[in-house]
Design a binder for this molecule. Structure first.
Ligand code: MTE
Ligand code: LUZ
Ligand code: MOS
Length: 757
């Protein structure tokens, strides 16, 4: 089944916030933000801006009737700065004007004086100065203090991975309308409608029931709208509360790039110990997370880094620590993988370091340490239904890995200015919000009296196809054609208290709730049909828009059963609540069983390097992926391809640059290079791994949104392989992204010593 949005998408008919027909008296919002990364505000003069014709008002923290606080995990972030600013782009005031152009002119008329304070932009500097978001966290398994002594080889090193801009096609935005009695309706491009509702209520000082949040769909979120869609909606809501007029606020791309947080840059150090047979016996790592100026989701992201620090390997002795370092950058936030990619890069770098020193192929170490059934993760969860080895072996065999390696060696022997590189990247990604209480969802299913069906859930459609999957679940259980089911917008008055659409868990959590609601409806309708046909209930089956008696078609249509149920005054609506069973985690000991299951897979990446220019092309990525039993392979393969492109972009091209003043220099698409069709892998082969599937996954179809992003890490090591083929003296930097500039310097560092041949 195609994504149900594909028809309106290609016709340009899909509705996003900016497409809503606005009320005639709608005003436009714009943020006035800090020009400095750190300092005390000594004076601000709004008078000229306020006097500009067409400016309605300028709102500041003084206009907040509730709390000036938007922090989700830790209350450490004001909506609008009061006396101090902590990052360039920090919102200070909200200009409301008749048009966006007038608001922009007004913004240029505001003058501000700031007494500057010292600026921290890197995690390392923050650590040195003791600037942290919260206390460090550590995971421990076995004993690394003694186990390094039992190793034959011990290596240490450091790594850096840069941030990443979400670059959702639709920028952040909202449309906020006053209703009667001080009630407010917010249409927001958010992954977390409840988060918007809750925060708006807190800042406006009104109960949550006065605020309705509606989400049609997003033009991409990628984690950037899990928490950071909230402030814009709340700002507009404050204005609406005072003006009693609708306010629309879409960030322009430039403001969005400057004001919002990104993937967290990490600086990390590692120590890896191996025995002679290449078994990793001990691993230590310290992760310095550049959190930015406020907590946002950083503590949760830091936690997921620890969960994924050993990727798909079993290591008996592990000690990992993460420090969320407070800097003067915009608060960094969720981004596909949520700290997992940063953790996984470090173990891959450690393995590469060991392989380089031992002068062996990296993949021999990877292969010798893959997770097996009943192995223990460093956080105490016992691995079951493990597909680490099966996906590795399938990839190795199906894609003829050894032959590929040989071909690349031959190519590199024959060519001087062109080199090829190859790498294998296995993944293991835990599915569930690591914060156990967030793993729940609800669905509301209405069967209308004509037999058509409306489904509401807490899931937000952002291109990942979750609505299509919800529709499939409902249609299958109710036994009706897919055209009978409509997915409603995500709305807090229909489905309340939702977790954000995140953690790749949305289809699982909401799908299970849809399943439950539909099963309850079918139970009732079975009784009706059984009486109508004078057949035992256990023989009634709903299928193909009618009633079957076991496998035999009856003449009784779905519509007739619904009409009869109406006459009998039987409820045709159902609401169900699902909470993932089994999972638990005890933070006091950092042990538990936090994930419903893991997603596995293996990618083989090959690249070609131009050794004159330092440029490279990804020739092919060959993947064996664990979809479980995919309920929609078209959508799921789309997710793998998209995540892969995004992962390769993070590892190769996308270079976030802040200067020493904490100002974003890569602040436009002329200075921030994102993957396009020319940089995409020339071929992508995806083989679904044959598995039993997991019963905690919706219809045994495993979560797919984030895990494949980490295949992109393979591109880094494939490039490194090619660089080494040209320059054997190249010293690994483990410094991502591996941009053509870095490649070029790498190709020629100490090269003179070997260029004599
Ligand atoms: N796919 C598209 N097209 N657009 C997106 O914004 N977000 C990703 C992933 N795939 C995203 C996407 C992220 S970060 C997550 S967590 C999951 O989708 C969320 O949706 P799911 O839980 O339904 O997989
Ligand atoms: N968001 C969150 C996430 O709040 N908790 C998580 O564990 C998570 N994991 C991945 C992506 N977003
Ligand atoms: Mo995804 S980072 O969980 O929104």
């Amino acid at each position: 089944m195609k994504n149900i949005d594909s028809y309106t998408h290609v016709r340009g008919e899909s509705l996003f916030v900016d497409d809503l027909i606005t009320r005639q008296d709608t005003l436009q919002g714009l943020v006035f933000d800090s020009p400095k990364a750190h300092g005390k505000i000594t004076s601000i003069d709004y008078s000229k801006a306020k006097n500009l014709k067409g400016v309605v008002n300028i709102f500041t923290h003084k206009d907040i009737l509730g709390e000036n606080q938007i922090g989700g995990i830790i209350p450490d972030e004001p909506l609008w700065a009061e006396n101090e600013v902590h990052f360039c782009g920090q919102p200070i005031a909200f200009i409301v004007a008749e048009t966006e152009l007038i608001a922009k002119k007004a913004r240029a008329l505001i003058s501000i004086e700031i007494e500057e304070l010292p600026i921290i932009t890197t995690a390392k500097e923050a650590k040195e100065k003791g600037s942290f978001i919260n206390a460090p966290r550590s995971f421990n398994l076995g004993n690394t203090k003694t186990s390094f002594d039992a190793c034959d080889y011990v290596y240490e090193g450091k790594t850096f991975t840069n941030g990443q801009e979400h670059l959702y096609l639709e920028t952040q935005g909202c449309y906020v309308v006053p209703l009667e009695n001080g009630n407010i309706k917010i249409t927001s491009s958010t992954q977390g409608p409840t988060q918007v509702q809750k925060t708006a209520a807190k800042v406006l000082g009104i109960p949550m029931h006065k605020i309705e949040v509606d989400v049609i769909r997003l033009g991409g979120g990628f984690g950037g709208k899990e928490d950071q869609a909230t402030p814009w909606a709340v700002m507009a809501a404050v204005a609406v509360q005072h003006l009693n007029k609708p306010v629309k606020f879409m960030l322009n791309r430039h403001d969005d790039l400057r004001m919002t947080g990104k993937r967290h840059p990490y600086e990390s150090t590692f120590k890896i110990g191996l025995t002679k047979d290449l078994k990793i016996n001990a691993f230590e790592a310290e992760f310095l997370q550049n959190s930015g100026a406020a907590a946002d989701l950083s503590p949760a992201i830091a936690e997921r880094t620890l969960f994924h620090a050993t990727n798909s390997y079993f290591i008996p002795n592990v000690h990992t620590t993460v420090l969320s370092c407070k800097t003067n950058l915009p608060p960094n936030t969720a981004f596909r993988g949520f700290g997992g990619p940063q953790g996984m890069f470090v173990i891959e770098a450690a393995i590469a370091k060991a392989a380089n020193a031992l002068k062996i192929d990296k993949r021999l170490i990877q292969e010798a340490n893959l997770l097996a059934e009943n192995d223990e993760f460093s956080y105490g969860q016992i691995a079951t239904q493990v597909e680490a080895k099966s996906s590795w072996t399938t990839a190795k065999e199906q894609f003829k890995l050894e032959q590929l390696e040989q071909e690349i060696d031959d190519f590199n022997q024959k060519n001087f200015l062109s080199k090829k590189g190859i790498s294998v990247m296995p993944i293991a990604f835990g599915i569930s919000f690591t914060n156990t209480p967030m793993n729940h969802a609800r669905a509301l299913v209405h069967i209308y009296q004509d037999g058509s069906i409306g489904v509401s859930t807490g899931a937000v459609e952002m291109g990942q196809g979750v609505n299509t999957k919800m529709l499939q679940v409902a249609a299958e259980i109710l036994g009706v054609h897919q055209s009978k089911v409509k997915l409603e917008t995500t709305n807090t008055t229909r489905v309340a208290n939702t977790s954000p659409t995140a953690a790749s868990s949305t289809a699982d959590l909401n799908g299970k709730a849809v399943e439950m609601a539909c099963n309850l409806l079918i139970e009732r309708l079975t009784k009706v049909a059984s009486k109508m046909l004078s057949v035992a209930e256990k023989e009634i089956v709903f299928r193909e828009d009618r009633v079957f008696i076991n496998t035999k078609k009856s003449t009784l249509l779905w519509e007739e059963v619904i009409a009869q149920a109406m006459l009998q005054r039987i409820a045709l609506s159902e609401n169900a609540h699902y909470a993932t069973p089994i999972i638990h985690f005890d933070k006091t000991v950092e042990k538990g069983h936090p994930f419903a299951y893991h997603v596995y897979g293996t990618a083989i990446t090959t690249i070609t390097l131009d050794c004159l220019r330092g440029t490279y092309e990804v020739d092919a990525v060959k993947i064996v992926h664990d979809f479980g039993k995919s309920m929609n392979l078209q959508i799921d393969i789309g997710q793998v391809e998209g995540a892969l492109a995004q992962g390769i972009g993070w590892m190769t091209l996308e270079e976030i640059a802040y200067n020493n003043e904490g100002r974003l220099e890569s602040n436009a698409l002329s200075t921030y290079k994102v993957p396009d069709i020319f940089s995409a892998a020339k071929t992508i082969d995806i083989i679904p791994l044959k598995t039993a599937g997991n019963t905690l996954a919706i219809k045994k179809s495993k979560a797919v949104g984030e895990p494949p992003l980490m295949y992109g890490i393979g591109a880094y090591f494939a490039i490194e392989h090619a660089v080494k083929a040209f320059n054997p003296n190249y010293l690994s930097k483990f410094h991502a992204p591996f941009t053509p500039e870095k490649v070029l310097t790498g190709l020629y560092e100490k090269k003179s010593e070997t260029l004599n041949h």
